[in-house]
Design a protein around this ligand. Structure first.
Ligand code: KIV
Length: 272
């Protein structure tokens, strides 16, 4: 158990800042529902991300593009009802903030008021900085997200490693500084070279959280369904699977079906 799990009653943005300063790594995972959030919070996770990956994992869409603001609020409200300790960050979905800082602020306010979440996350750098500034100036904490930004999948066409060229790396470093200056409390960096993630992490005072960005970031995030082995057809190099729940749950379902068919369930002690 980490020192902060024992001593910290509630994780705040200031706690994350202190963790970076003291060198304690930040552990973040996704959740989209009450039951999963209860388990993660009870285990001592520092940050829960209600990611727009719910679009893939919960709704079965191919990309994160279709999920709506109303759907994100539904997932976030379910997660918030479970939380005693973790900081809960919610993704602003595609179409709810790009190109219009007034709409961005309205979307962020809806998430905060209707779900009770603690912070929001937006994908992008310079192109969304006005939205980031506007949301922060209203008092809502913002987490940035650079590197692979899945909401822009149709612009890039692939989910491959980002910022491999010197030009892209330079742009990412500049965006990271801009987001910090705008007041973001943390920055997710997805699928970028570990060396670049290390350089950016050292150059910032705010904590960085990596996914496929090596071990030098101030924290790590994974999609919980990937880590637990509930999703099956996803094998990126950065993913460590801690369980094979798809197989376990399938086996349990097969056993239940068998027991029902042969009238073994319910037995005499499982009825009234
Ligand atoms: O939506 C999500 O799950 C994310 C993480 C992969 C960082 O943005």
């Amino acid at each position: 158990m980490s020192a902060s799990k024992k001593t910290i009653k509630r994780v705040t943005t200031q706690v994350l800042f202190n963790m970076k300063a003291s060198g304690e790594k930040i552990a973040m995972l996704t959740a989209y529902d009450y039951s999963m959030a209860t388990i993660l919070d009870d285990a001592g996770i520092d940050v829960i991300l209600v990611g727009d990956s719910a679009s893939n994992v919960m709704a079965g869409h191919e990309t994160t593009v279709p999920i709506t603001l109303d759907e994100m609020i539904y997932h976030a409200s379910s997660v918030i009802r479970a939380i005693k300790r973790a900081l809960v960050v919610v993704d602003l979905p595609f179409g709810s903030y790009q190109g219009n800082s007034t709409r961005a602020l309205d979307s962020a306010i809806r998430i905060m008021k209707e779900s009770g979440a603690h912070a929001v996350k937006l994908e992008g750098g310079e192109e969304i900085i006005e939205s980031v500034q506007r949301i922060i100036s209203s008092g809502i904490p913002v987490m940035g997200h650079l590197g692979l930004t899945p909401q822009s999948i149709y612009k890039f066409g692939t989910y491959t490693v980002r910022a491999k060229s010197a030009e892209e790396a330079k742009a990412l470093k500049k965006d990271a500084k801009l987001l910090e200056k705008a007041g973001c409390f943390a920055l997710v960096m997805e699928k970028i070279p570990a060396k670049l993630a290390k350089t950016v992490t050292k150059s910032l005072e705010i904590p960085t959280i990596g996914i496929g960005a090596g071990s030098s970031t101030d924290g790590q995030v994974l999609v919980t369904h990937d880590l637990m082995g509930i999703t099956k057809e996803f094998h990126p190099r950065f993913l460590r699977r801690y369980l094979q729940l798809y197989d376990e749950m399938k086996k349990a379902t097969e056993s239940y079906i068998k027991d029902v068919k042969r009238v073994d369930f319910p037995n005499s002690s499982e009825q009234y």
